[in-house]
Design a protein around this ligand. Structure first.
Ligand code: FAD
Length: 316
C-alpha cells in the first residue's frame, strides 16, 4: 500500500495490551524507555471477556476481569507509557530499526519490539456457547473450575490440554462429562490412561455438542452421538471448551521461529526471540501455563531484557 505518512521512530514498541503488554509497559516506562504500546482490537486482552478473577494476587476479594485490566492500563499510563489504539498489521524485522505498520497505514520504526499479542481460545461456534460465555461457558478450567466445585460439569476436547483440564476438574467437581468427537483421543497415552482411570470422569465417544442449555446461565448440554444420531440432555452447571488455542503470531511468521502450533519460540528462561531486539511474552509464547500472572511475569522479563539489550547497544 502506498504510504505518504512520515515515519515515526520510537525507542521501544510494545504490541498488545493484555497483562503481558501492560506489565512490560510499566517496567519499561519506569526504566525511562519511553514505551509506545498499541492495544490491538481487544484493549485489555482476554480478561476483558471474563467475569470474576479470583487468582490474581493482590485482589483479596477477587475482581472483575475488565476492571482489573483498566487498573493495569491506568498503572502503565501513570508511569508514562504512551498507550494507543491500533493494530500492528505487518512487521519487517529484516533490518534495524525494525518496522511495524499500524492499521495498514502508519509505519513506525523501533529500536526494540516487545510482542505481547496473546492467544485466542478456539470455540465450537454454537450460538448458545457464545451467549453463555462467562455464565457457565469457559475456555479455562484452571481459571473457572473453582466456581463449580462440588457441581457436575462438562468438557469438550480430546487433546492433552483437554485431558489435563478434565483431570483438574475431576478434583473439584462431582462428575466431569467429557465429550470426544471421535472413537479415540488425541491426548498422549499416559494422559488418556489417567482420564479413563478417573472414576468421576465419564467419557462419551463419537459425541458432538448440539447445544449448551440455559437462559441466563448454563443448566445443561445436549449432545449427539455422531454414529447413531441419538441425542441426550445432561444436566451440568458449566461447559468447558478445551479444543485448543490460536496464538496471535501470524504477522511475525516470516521473521520469528514459531512452533508447530504457531507459538513464538523464545530462548528458555528469557523473552528473547531469534531476532535480536525482538522479545515475546505472555500467551503468544506460552502454551503451558496461560495465566494472567504468568503473562504479567513474562512481560516484566521482556521489559528487563529489552532494557539490557538497548543499554548494551548504546541506545539507552
Ligand atoms: C474466559 C477466560 C477467563 C480467564 N480467566 C483467567 C483467570 O481467572 N485467571 C488467570 O490468571 N487467567 C485467566 N485467563 C487467562 C488469561 O486471560 C491469559 O492468560 C492472559 O490474558 C494472557 O495475557 P497476554 O497479555 O499474553 O495476552 P492477552 O490477554 O490475550 O492479550 C493480547 C493482547 O494483544 C492484542 N493484540 C493481538 N494482536 C495484535 C496486533 N496485531 N496488534 C496489536 N495488538 C494485538 C490484543 O488486542 C490484546 O490486547 C482467562 C482466559 C479466558 C479466555
Amino acid at each position: 500500500m502506498e504510504n505518504n505518512q512520515p515515519l515515526e521512530h520510537v525507542h521501544l514498541l510494545i504490541i498488545g495490551s493484555g497483562p503481558a503488554g501492560y506489565t512490560a509497559a510499566i517496567y519499561a516506562a519506569r526504566a525511562n524507555l519511553k514505551p509506545v504500546l498499541y492495544q490491538g482490537i481487544q484493549p485489555g486482552g482476554q480478561l476483558t471477556i471474563t467475569t470474576e478473577v479470583e487468582n490474581y494476587p493482590g485482589y483479596p476479594e477477587g475482581i472483575q476481569g475488565p476492571e482489573m485490566m483498566v487498573d493495569f492500563e491506568k498503572q502503565a499510563n501513570r508511569m508514562g507509557a504512551d498507550i494507543r489504539y491500533g493494530m500492528a498489521s505487518s512487521v519487517d524485522f529484516s533490518s534495524q530499526p525494525y518496522k511495524v505498520t499500524i492499521d495498514e497505514d502508519k509505519v513506525i520504526t523501533a529500536d526494540a519490539v516487545i510482542i505481547a499479542t496473546g492467544a485466542s481460545a478456539k470455540w465450537l461456534n454454537l450460538p448458545s456457547e457464545q451467549r453463555l460465555n462467562g455464565s457457565g461457558v469457559s475456555a479455562c478450567a484452571v481459571c473457572d473450575g473453582f466456581f463449580f466445585r462440588n457441581k457436575e460439569v462438562a468438557i469438550v476436547g480430546a487433546g492433552d490440554t483437554a485431558a489435563e483440564e478434565a483431570l483438574y476438574l475431576s478434583k473439584l467437581c462431582t462428575t466431569v462429562h467429557m465429550f470426544v468427537r471421535r472413537h479415540e483421543m488425541r491426548a498422549s497415552m499416559v494422559m488418556q490412561d489417567r482420564v479413563l482411570k478417573t472414576s468421576n470422569i465419564i467419557v462419551y465417544w463419537n459425541t458432538e455438542t448440539d447445544e449448551v442449555l440455559g437462559d441466563k446461565k448454563v443448566h445443561g448440554v445436549r449432545i449427539r452421538n455422531i454414529q447413531t444420531q441419538e441425542t441426550k440432555e445432561i444436566p451440568v452447571e458449566a461447559f468447558f471448551v478445551a479444543i485448543g488455542h490460536q496464538p496471535n503470531s501470524g504477522i511475525f511468521a516470516d521473521y520469528l521461529e514459531l512452533d508447530e502450533q504457531g507459538y513464538i519460540v523464545t530462548v528458555p528462561g528469557s523473552s528473547k526471540t531469534k531476532v535480536e531486539g525482538v522479545f515475546a511474552c505472555g500467551d503468544v509464547q506460552d502454551k503451558i501455563y496461560r495465566q494472567a500472572v504468568t503473562a504479567a511475569g513474562s512481560g516484566c522479563m521482556a521489559a528487563l531484557d529489552a532494557e539490557r539489550y538497548l543499554s548494551a547497544k548504546g541506545l539507552h
